[in-house]
Design a binder for this molecule. Structure first.
Ligand code: FAD
Length: 312
């Protein structure tokens, strides 16, 4: 069909936006408005995070319901499985199902802050792959299931080979796409993608892109998420660190350059934006990449998300 690029033709990159449940009722209403407006940029889906330990769980479920069934946005719900009871997991899945949501990002969940090492709940799920299996057992093919990928490594597993092995297990359990942690080291990411493919993992990989809002939040997030900062980036941003507008402009250039390199590799056809519930920095990057709709390039009807992924 005309909706699909012919083989060999450059394909239009897809993108998606992550949001998290705000703390106040006013914040929630503001976010609905912003999500609706950002939907005008043409993301193939929006996703809503799950509060650690099920904190604000009912708000995540409500937001998924409103985004999917009232605003008609293709929505993906994050869900963790080890830091709360199985009954809560099932309730969340049922809510998503009833709302017409067909995408779940299946996660293990972080260990509680006080505990150094994470410990599984007795009789419950132990790893994200257990949740993937559970969703497949109960709902068959109803849901597309995403899982987390770690090109920069993760705290509780220093062996990158083993991490890849565990990623493979999640995909073998039924996951259909991978979203990565945030990163700014493109070469490392692209090398990781090749390793993932060499492992026989063929599902689409959605790189996690964190646009830059302020210098302080940029540094804080990199440290918190263990993301390597390329020297060129720290140099360029530090010089203007007290000027938020300059940080956003330079940051937009750097992030857009990184996105272009990712897309130009031909290995990746989708960008996943950590919006931090803000529109401006993400929109600036999309404008810079010429991916935002404009008069010359009006918004095309979005490909169905599953079909667009099948192309990935
Ligand atoms: P898993 O894939 O289960 O891996 C966890 C650890 O177990 C890894 O070290 C892995 O190597 C190890 N492991 C896996 N299988 C085995 C095995 N067979 N034997 C031994 N070890 C094994 N957290 C939230 O609370 N809410 C969110 O909304 C949220 N969204 C996220 C979105 C993305 C894109 C990412 C990257 C992370 C997100 N997180 C979220 C954080 C996530 O919950 C944590 O990173 C968590 O510590 C690991 O989750 P996982 O799903 O990757 O776990």
């Amino acid at each position: 069909s005309a909706m699909f690029p012919e083989a060999g033709q450059p394909r239009q990159p897809q993108f998606s936006f992550e949001f998290f449940p705000p703390k106040t009722a006013q914040g929630v209403q503001n976010l609905y408005d912003r999500m609706d407006r950002m939907h005008g940029l043409g993301p193939s889906f929006v996703d809503i995070t799950w509060g650690a330990g099920g904190r604000l769980a009912s708000l995540t479920c409500e937001m998924v319901n409103v985004a999917q069934s009232q605003y008609g946005l293709e929505t993906c719900m994050h869900l963790t499985c080890t830091d709360m009871g199985e009954d809560k997991v099932d309730e969340a899945l049922k809510n998503a199902y009833k709302a017409g949501c067909t995408n779940i990002l299946a996660l293990r969940g972080d260990p509680p802050r006080e505990e150094e090492k994470w410990v599984a709940t007795e009789g419950g799920f132990q790893y994200a792959k257990d949740l993937v299996k559970h969703i497949r057992d109960v709902y068959g093919d109803h849901f597309d299931i995403g899982v987390a990928g770690y090109p920069e490594g993760c705290d509780d597993q220093d062996d990158p080979e083993l991490l890849l092995e565990h990623l493979k297990e999640k995909v073998d359990a039924g996951a259909t796409f991978i979203i990565t942690q945030m990163f700014y080291d493109v070469d490392n990411f692209l090398a990781w993608v090749l390793k993932v493919r060499a492992k026989g993992i063929t599902v689409p990989i959605l790189p996690g892109i964190m646009p830059i809002n302020t210098y302080a939040s940029f540094v804080r997030r990199c440290n918190h998420m263990n993301a390597t900062i390329p020297p060129k980036w720290s140099q360029a941003l530090e010089e203007v660190k007290n000027d938020d507008a300059a940080v956003r402009n330079i940051g937009t250039g750097l992030v857009a350059e990184m996105c272009r390199k990712i897309l130009d590799s031909g290995l990746i056809h989708h960008l996943h934006f950590y919006t931090m519930n803000l529109a401006q920095a993400t929109r600036m990057v999309l404008d810079e990449l010429d991916l935002a709709p404009s008069e010359e390039r009006p918004l095309k009807p979005a490909l169905p998300w599953r079909k667009s992924l099948a192309l990935g």
